[in-house]
Design a protein around this ligand. Structure first.
Ligand code: 3HC
Length: 403
């Protein structure tokens, strides 16, 4: 199927980022939001990304205007009537998303693809609200959308294989790297990333180390930004929503650290409102200590040790759970983490890393963490089976991969 025009619902950071990516590929795109001010903000965000390219000499001012001429704004679904594909990027609320899809179905051509950029909600449940549920699919971009190469393509129960193929081809046409992911809460990348970020939050609230030190340690490990800087960039409200969806699906191993809820409650949302773990707006200077003291008094847990492994092994363990559930292949899991989160290229992804460390070493460390830090580290069953069968990684020439 050819896509001649696309639409985006929701003119926030993700919606605008997606619209920029679409227009950059040469396709007209219309951005919809509920009022003119929001639409304008979204279009200004698109322009800002292009302006950054002009400032760096990667594009001329006239090329910027050419690209911007492909971007239009609207507050009415009527402007989607000639769109072949629309991506919804409104906030994470099932009822709101279902309503968006019902509204879309009324105006879109019968052949049009209706995609959601949800971070973690069920594609199947969103699709259940419409008649043409075979046309509904997850096309999940990563923040910042103009930069991150990965796009997760997630079929729901009702999605047709034709829609999946079209979504993959569309992502490729945007010069992104699509990875097909079996539907589950958090899909693939958020399901691995959130436990890693959550562990950073546990380490902080338990006084394991100052956040600056932890951010520095994870950057030294090779991540492009530290976990607290990333939490702030993603937004503590978004992380709270995704954490809740993960907990609802996977239970106690995904229980969010208390500090994530406390930050949300204190309206410390991250870069978007000038204050999160770090302070971005000097007028909002505020101390984290009272929040940490209150949590430590409540949980009684403090002084646990910090190591980058504490965070990274959460990622490896969840990757093993995903593998066991056939969410994606080992190479797609690694590729998705490289392209979706900037996981260090030289380590090859969490599963290649585990093979290098030794699957037996990873298992033993998870068992130790499980005893000392909590049962959220309980190892994925596949790890025990691999160790018992001598699939120890590079040292036995077979592990998650063959060597
Ligand atoms: N919009 C557009 N472009 C941006 C940008 C933004 N918000 N932020 C950075 N860039 C561009 C810069 O302009 C620069 O472009 P250039 O190469 O043409 O000069 C390039 O990205 C690199 O930026 P910087 O030099 O300023 O800084 P870094 O090299 O540190 O890169 C980063 C910034 C790309 C954000 C990098 O730190 C990174 O990859 N961080 C990890 C981000 C991540 O993990 N994202 C996934 C989160 S999970 C998610 O989104 C799922 C959701 O459902 C929750």
């Amino acid at each position: 199927m050819f896509i001649y025009k696309a639409g985006v619902v929701g003119a926030g950071a993700m919606g605008a980022g997606i619209a920029q990516v679409i227009s950059f590929s040469g396709l007209p795109v219309v951005i919809k939001d509920t009022d003119d001010e929001r639409v304008k903000k979204g279009i200004d965000l698109v322009r800002k990304v292009y302006q950054g390219r002009v400032d760096k000499g990667k594009m001329t001012a006239s090329e910027l205007e050419q690209k911007m001429s492909l971007v239009s704004g609207t507050t009415s679904y009527d402007d989607f009537k000639d769109c072949d594909l629309v991506i919804e990027a409104v906030f994470e609320n099932m009822k709101v998303k279902q309503q968006v899809f019902q509204d879309l179905e009324k105006v879109l051509p019968e052949t049009a693809i209706m995609a959601t950029n949800t971070s973690a909600l069920s594609i199947s449940q969103i699709a259940s609200a419409v008649k043409r549920s075979d046309k509904v699919i997850g096309i999940h971009f990563f923040n910042p959308a103009p930069v991150m190469k990965l796009v997760e393509v997630i079929p729901g129960l009702q999605t047709s294989s034709e829609t999946v193929d079209d979504a993959v081809a569309f992502a490729e046409s945007l010069r992104k790297m699509p990875v097909r992911v079996k539907e589950c809460a958090g899909f693939l990348v958020n399901r691995l990333l959130l436990p890693y970020l959550n562990e950073a939050a546990y380490a902080l609230q338990e006084g394991a180390a100052p956040m600056e030190e932890m951010d520095k340690a994870l950057r030294a490990f090779g991540m492009p930004m530290g976990p607290f800087a990333l939490l702030d960039m993603l937004g503590l409200d978004v992380c709270a929503d995704v954490s809740m969806i993960l907990y609802d699906s996977f239970g106690p191993r995904m229980k969010a650290a208390e500090i994530l809820g406390a930050m949300h409650k204190a309206n410390r949302l991250g870069t978007k409102n000038g204050i999160g773990f770090y302070v971005y707006d000097e007028t909002k200077k505020a101390d984290l200590k009272p929040i940490l003291d209150e949590i430590q008094a409540k949980t009684g847990v403090k002084g646990t040790p910090f190591s980058p492994e504490r965070l990274v092994f959460q990622m490896i363990n969840e990757a093993a759970f995903c593998l066991e559930e056939n969410v994606a292949s080992p190479s797609d899991i690694d590729l998705a983490m490289l392209a979706g989160t900037g996981f260090p290229q030289d380590k090859g992804g969490p599963l290649h890393l585990a093979d290098g460390i030794g699957v037996d070493v990873v298992l033993a460390k998870l068992q130790e963490f499980s005893k000392t830090l909590g049962p959220r580290f309980w190892p994925a069953p596949i790890l025990k089976r691999m160790v018992a069968a001598n699939y120890l990684g590079q040292k036995t020439k077979k592990g998650f991969f063959n060597y």
